[in-house]
Design a protein. Structure first.
Length: 450
């Protein structure tokens, strides 16, 4: 471990210790061992460092700078400090070539502390190199400051952008419509929406016309919205006429017939403003004029009966409002338009069918149609076993009739967000009533410089 010199030293030491008196022998032996080991180890580290310094110098001369740095670092592990100007000079050159200017500056300072002669060519060369190092160091420091300043500036910008994004998101949330569904807008810029189990009405700038907190069903056709407080057998009907932008509550069904407790089956409203329902405990269909806001009743019933008898549509009639068709007497149940008349049983309140005055056809309930709506524009809605049909004046099925107010022509676009809420956009702006918000990219561009 210690080499030949080490073994020779310990042999001589052993011979001398025999001459020392026993009380001092152990203490002196320990002291001499520690001292000699330190001397030998120091000599050994210095020699090893010298080998790596030589290799580092050779690699530097061979322009293998990375390898020179590797050897130099190994040498430093065996040295307690930079003790010669040659080592400091070598460290300076290696780190300068590797563009490690702070380290090169450090080794250059070691050199100038250790250099004895300031008049040598080597010293002058190191002075020149030191100037270059200082310039590079200052440039690098300035560049780092610039990069750090740019980082700080960008960080401030990012923080400001994040803050603006938060502002935009908050306002965007305020301009969102939190409902379950919004249906298509009609030609008059209104649409139904659903929230939980209720329906409401909204326009194309997000203004609520009718809150969704009362009506559980709605019928929409030809610009009219009929809201029902119950899906089946409703006791309250509310109308919004989008053609003239007006809303009202229909009168209680008991005002029409004291015995009726609900509107029964409600048919689609039509473009002429007529609405037909079939109340319970009634021998007459409920026909309501949504424009005039009044119940439609036949005022010239006797004239109609006379006309029907002349046309052989009915055989007889009486003052009780009953008509005889074939061998059976029925109660005449009003007029749906287009010469279509509901016919009820003489006893009780059962609807038995519909009489078509144009050709005398008698449409039987449960076989032909269960219910028929108001006649308008050469068609009437008809229902059989829950299925909807469209018919002409004599009950012949025709093609489906088109909603007169179908087809939105406005600029608003309805968007459903990922969180389930809705937003209305117009001209690249989010709108809700009078409030507007530009899209996020425009918002950030407009406000990030302020």
């Amino acid at each position: 471990m210690f080499g030949f010199q080490g073994y020779t030293f310990f042999y001589i030491l052993h011979r001398k210790i025999k001459l020392i008196k026993k009380p001092m022998k152990k203490l002196m032996l320990l002291f001499l061992c520690l001292f000699s080991f330190g001397q030998i180890n120091a000599q050994s580290n210095s020699e090893i460092a010298g080998v790596y310094i030589k290799r580092a110098s050779e690699s530097l001369n061979g322009l293998d700078i990375e390898l020179a740095k590797e050897h130099f670092d190994k040498a430093m592990k065996y040295l307690d400090s930079i003790n010669t100007s040659e080592i400091a000079r070598l460290g300076t050159f290696i780190h300068f070539e590797l563009r490690k200017y702070p380290e090169a500056k450090k080794y250059a300072s070691y050199y100038f502390e250790l250099a004895k002669n300031r008049k040598t060519e080597e010293y002058a060369e190191m002075v020149t190199l030191s100037v270059d190092i200082n310039e590079k160091f200052d440039d690098e420091l300035e560049q780092k400051k610039k990069i750090e300043q740019e980082r700080i500036t960008k960080e401030k910008e990012f923080r400001k952008i994040d803050s603006l994004k938060a502002v935009w998101m908050k306002k965007s949330d305020l301009l969102s419509i939190n409902v379950d569904s919004i249906y298509k807008f009609n030609a008059h810029n209104v649409a139904i929406f659903k929230e939980k189990d209720f329906f409401g009405l909204i326009n194309d700038i997000g203004e609520i016309i009718l809150k969704a907190d009362k009506y559980k069903d709605v019928l929409v056709f030809d610009g009219y919205f009929i809201f029902k407080n119950k899906i089946d057998e409703p006791t309250e009907l509310f109308c919004h006429n989008s053609n003239v932008n007006s809303s009202f509550l229909l009168p209680s069904i008991s005002d029409f017939n004291l015995l009726s407790t609900h509107f029964g089956n409600v048919m689609l409203p039509r473009g002429n403003g007529r609405l037909v329902t079939y109340p319970n405990n009634s021998k007459e269909a409920f026909v309501y004029d949504l424009i005039a806001k009044k119940v439609v009743k036949i005022s010239n019933q006797e004239e109609i009966f006379d006309s029907l008898k002349k046309s052989d549509v009915i055989d007889k009639s009486n003052k009780d409002g009953e008509v005889k068709i074939g061998k059976e007497w029925y109660h005449f149940g009003g007029h749906l338009g287009g010469g279509i008349h509901p016919i009820y049983a003489q006893e009780g309140y059962n609807l038995v069918g519909f009489l078509c005055s144009i050709d005398g056809k008698f449409l039987r309930k449960n076989s032909d149609f269960d219910f028929i709506g108001a006649f308008h524009n050469n068609s009437a809605q008809a229902i059989l076993a829950g299925q909807v049909f469209w018919i002409n004046q004599n009950g012949t099925k025709i093609n489906e009739t088109t909603d007169e107010t179908e087809g939105y022509q406005g600029k608003s676009k309805l968007t459903k967000l990922s969180n389930g809420s809705y937003q209305i956009k117009r001209d690249d702006l989010i709108i809700l009533g009078p409030e507007k918000l530009e899209k996020m990219s425009d918002f950030l561009r407009n406000y990030s410089g302020k």
